[in-house]
Design a protein around this ligand. Structure first.
Ligand code: ADP
Length: 535
């Protein structure tokens, strides 16, 4: 071999080495393909080039990159990919059919290309695509171009394989990130120093910590236990050498502090949380991360507490009218009894009233369980007259109390509305019976109607004990009764306002209340108001 030839070979080898380095450094598949093409065309002094890649999982080839071909002419070159199939062992030869096809395409595209070298890109014995280099009629490829291109193509195929792998890993990571982010449970990942590295949206929502602020902080900054239900928290477990090899996950449950959220000042201060910590260990058994799955158990714990209240309240509420009815019925039945008609009338009146109470209570319970089961539906009629319903409710309660006066005040043009008459009566019943119950010294109760352009309102105003500011957020909750001397004496299940709100909201309305002193200094009592849409 002549000295000059040896020099050229060495130069070519060095060039190949340099481009193989450049290729392996490029992990973006799109950029890599462009780089490969540019280098391949330069390597053999071609004019233009094209790479077709097999679509993953199929033999179908698709043009993946071009070089030296104007973008609007790329479609012309696509038939080349399908025209002449790959021939094992014979690539590198000139295929007359391929040259023929190129000439046709080049003519159409008005590019003077008429020579082509095509080589497989194969990685690990699998052909992943084909690389084409084109040349125009007035020039020649460098000597030995197919061989040069062959060693280049092997390197290029490895780089493409790596870039694809990188792309897949990246996609997989994005998929996992999206799953974590979208998970309905709170998820966070801690490093071995217990600093937070991942904090998903559900957890932000739960704890009041924006992810951007939580990430980088220590676990204990964000999860601040107030009281624990389980024996140990994460720190105590780590002090006792958790995790042991093959150890189970660590479960910690308790009450934790919630971060005050300026955007949502009514949110509660504490949360019941259940956290499962799962350690990730490397091959040496060293912990690399802790994955914490966080559940908000607040509602569950509240339900539990409510169920307890429910059982005690209900058993008391059901027993009271039943024992009164039984007492009166027993007395009336006494064989030796000779009852005057007045006594009979009064006793039967009490029995009837208590039976009504019992009925009302059972109705409320049924409604509450329907609401819970999601089978609560309105029976709508279109001409509901709220003044008529209010008058009937006022009449009914007037007969039951001597200490209170009940007035009804509606403007004459008060429109009829579309709604569920029976349920709206139930709302009025609840509000008026509360107004009576919570004004033990008697007083005036007024049911006032007002007409607005889009809606009507009905208010029930009493002169009773009022509601302390600290209890205001609770009274519409199920089974919630304000604890005061009066409520301990009065009957009640804490269902009335809960149901009233559900009924009003099902009609598209709202219900609220205010202390009368807010509008009139020193005035006693409370006004409950609900609105209903006019259409
Ligand atoms: P219940 O009357 O059966 O206890 P409600 O759901 O109707 O249940 O009312 C919840 C709580 O709201 C009551 O326990 C009472 O403390 C308070 N409340 C309701 N209405 C009034 C009112 N008009 N005045 C004062 N407190 C009231």
């Amino acid at each position: 071999m002549s000295r000059a030839l040896v020099d050229i070979r060495i130069l070519q080898r060095e060039y190949l080495l340099a481009i193989s380095r450049a290729m392996t450094a490029e992990l973006d598949l799109h950029d890599l393909l462009r780089l490969i093409l540019k280098l391949a065309v330069e390597l053999v002094s071609g004019q233009a080039g094209m790479i077709a890649l097999a679509e993953p999982g199929s033999d179908h080839l698709r043009v993946a990159a071009v070089y030296g071909i104007p973008p609007h002419l790329v479609d012309h070159f696509a038939p080349l990919v399908r025209g002449v199939p790959y021939r094992e062992g014979r690539e590198g030869e000139t295929f007359p059919e391929l040259v023929e096809q190129l000439r046709r395409v080049a003519k159409e595209a008005e590019l003077g290309l008429n020579q082509v070298i095509r080589l497989p890109l194969s990685s690990g014995g699998v052909v992943i695509g084909l690389i084409y280099v084109f040349q125009s009629g007035n020039y020649y490829f460098v000597e030995d171009a197919p061989n040069l291109l062959r060693s280049f193509a092997e390197q290029a195929a490895i780089a493409v394989g790596n870039a694809r792998l990188y792309q897949r890993v990246n996609q997989e990571k994005q998929r996992l990130d999206a799953i974590l982010e979208q998970s309905a449970d709170g998820v966070m990942i801690l490093d071995p120093q217990l600093n937070i590295t991942v904090f998903n949206r559900a957890l932000s929502h739960m704890t009041g910590w924006p992810a951007a602020e939580a990430i980088g902080r220590s676990h204990d900054d964000v999860i601040q236990w107030q009281a624990l239900k389980t024996d140990a928290d994460l720190n105590a477990a780590l002090a006792q050498h958790w995790p042991q090899p093959n150890a189970a996950h660590l479960y910690v449950e308790g009450e934790a502090r919630r971060r005050r959220d300026a955007a949502c000042p009514t949110e509660r201060d504490t949360l019941s949380l259940g956290i499962t910590y799962a350690p990730l260990l490397d091959a040496n058994g060293q912990m690399t991360d802790i994955i914490a799955n966080v559940r908000d158990l607040t509602r569950y714990r509240e339900e539990e507490a409510l169920q307890k209240t429910f059982i005690s309240v209900i058993s008391h509420e059901l027993k009271t009218p039943v024992s009164i009815i039984k007492g009166y019925a027993g007395t009336l039945r006494r064989p030796e009894g000779r009852w005057s008609s007045d006594v009979l009338d009064e006793s039967l009146g009490v029995i009837e009233e208590e039976a009504d109470n019992l009925n009302g209570l059972i109705d409320n319970l049924l409604e509450a369980s329907r609401l819970q089961a999601g089978t609560f539906t309105l029976e709508i009629s279109d001409e509901v007259s709220l003044p008529r319903l209010a008058a009937a409710v006022a009449r009914k309660f007037t007969t039951q109390t001597k200490e209170h006066s009940i007035a009804v005040d509606f403007p004459p043009d008060f429109p009829t509305i579309i709604g569920d008459e029976r349920r709206l009566t139930q709302v009025l019943n609840n509000l008026v019976s509360n107004a009576i119950k919570y004004s033990p010294d008697g007083g005036r109760i007024t049911i006032v109607g007002e007409v607005h352009p889009q809606h009507v309102t009905v208010s029930v105003c009493d002169e009773g004990i009022g509601i302390a500011a600290r209890d205001q957020h609770r009274i519409f909750q199920k089974f919630s009764r304000v604890d005061n001397a009066l409520s301990r004496k009065t009957e009640g299940t804490g269902l009335g306002l809960y149901l009233s709100r559900a009924i009003v909201e099902a009609h598209g309305g709202r219900i609220w209340f205010r202390g009368n002193s807010e509008t009139e200094a020193g005035a006693p009592g409370t006004t409950f108001t609900f609105s209903l849409p006019r259409d």
